[in-house]
Design a protein around this ligand. Structure first.
Ligand code: SF4
Length: 350
């Protein structure tokens, strides 16, 4: 049985979350703001995103301003949020939208843009343009699996969950209020139908929920067991001159952390590096000192980097290879990913 859209919309009116990217009741969030928040929220929590979102918008208040900015500046504004392909796609997408002259409003036209998948296209179409579609993220998958007591393990259940979620908005109230309905679903999943200990007692859909009736809400959705992430190892080098400047370099344009700034170092491999082996990749002959190691978890791997530091008098007088000098004061503005900031912090740098 399809649960009542009106019951959910009534609940949303009373309990909606106050979020910086959310328009006040009766208003409609501009597509730029929906898009930016949705991209930032991929693999990142609301609490982490809030300050980044506000800073990013004050730096790039319009899509045109974002489109005109150099990519390095956009990456620097993104630094710390991780998953940097999102920032590169955001920039490329802003350029396409600026060239089009308007933000596309249909799901197929939105999907044609860089970095916009099915979920994000539906979220923008529903929230910003009132198109009656259901965006299916992790929250909506969870709510749907419980409403219909679907116990097929994820990811195999994804298609079935999307089909079932798509019928949640068939009632005219949901069709007429597509923006609120989509956001109400997100809020229900984020605040009531939570992964652990859902508060079914407060849920507007409890009378229609099969998982609740069967007492299995917390067991759903079922997830297939994951394989362990591979562990990789590397070393990086914090080289300073007598003025305190640090030697940095740019990562290649393709692959993990593409185009970001980094400390010079070894490549990352499955086998640990001996000190002798690692130091053969140091950018200069110097008195290298091991200062410890940093562990960082990426989506597909866990990385352990051994950090060495050393000081030389002048960068100029050494054949350092590709890279550039950066003063301590300018480090903050660099597009340094979190893993590199951890390495710098270990060596006592901001
Ligand atoms: Fe989720 Fe419980 Fe509501 Fe069912 S009744 S949708 S399990 S919060």
């Amino acid at each position: 049985m399809i649960p009542s859209a009106s019951a959910l919309l009534d609940w949303y009116e009373r309990h909606r979350r106050d979020l910086p990217w959310r328009a006040p009741p009766g208003g409609r969030t501009p597509p730029y703001h929906v898009w930016l928040s949705e991209i930032m929220l991929q693999q990142t929590t609301v609490v982490t995103v809030k300050p980044y979102y506000s800073r990013f918008l004050s730096r790039y208040p319009t899509i045109e301003a974002l489109a005109k900015a150099p990519q390095e500046d956009v990456l620097a504004a993104w630094a710390g949020l991780g998953y940097y392909t999102r920032a590169r796609n955001l920039h490329a997408c802003a350029q396409q939208i600026a060239a089009l002259g308007a933000f596309p409003s249909t799901v197929p036209a939105l999907r044609a843009l860089p970095g916009i998948g099915d979920y994000t296209a539906r979220a923008i179409a529903a929230i910003a343009f009132g198109v009656p579609v259901v965006p299916v993220d992790g929250n909506v998958e969870r709510v749907t699996s419980r409403l219909f007591a679907i116990d097929t393990p994820l990811p195999a259940a994804r298609r079935l969950l999307a089909q079932q979620a798509a019928i949640l908005n068939t009632e005219p109230a949901a069709q007429a209020n597509a923006s609120d309905f989509a956001q109400a679903l997100f809020d229900l999943g984020a605040t009531i139908c939570t992964p652990r200990a859902p508060t079914c007692i407060l849920c507007p859909w409890q009378p229609h929920c099969s998982a609740y009736a069967q007492g299995i809400a917390e067991k759903l959705p079922v997830k297939a067991p994951r394989g362990a992430k591979p562990q990789k190892y590397g070393a990086c080098f914090v080289l300073r001159d007598r003025h305190g400047a640090v030697w940095l370099r740019r990562r290649p344009e393709k692959g993990l952390l593409a185009g970001m700034t980094e400390l010079p170092g070894t490549n990352w491999r499955l086998e640990a590096w001996s000190e002798q082996e690692a130091l053969s990749h140091a950018p200069a002959q110097a008195e290298w000192r091991e200062v410890g190691f940093v562990t960082h978890v990426f989506t597909h791997l866990t990385l352990q980097l051994t950090v060495y530091d050393a000081q030389i008098s002048e960068f100029r007088s050494h054949p350092l290879g590709e890279g550039f000098s950066c003063s301590v004061q300018a480090l903050e503005a660099q597009a340094l990913p979190s893993v590199m900031r951890k390495c710098l912090a270990l060596a006592g740098l901001p």
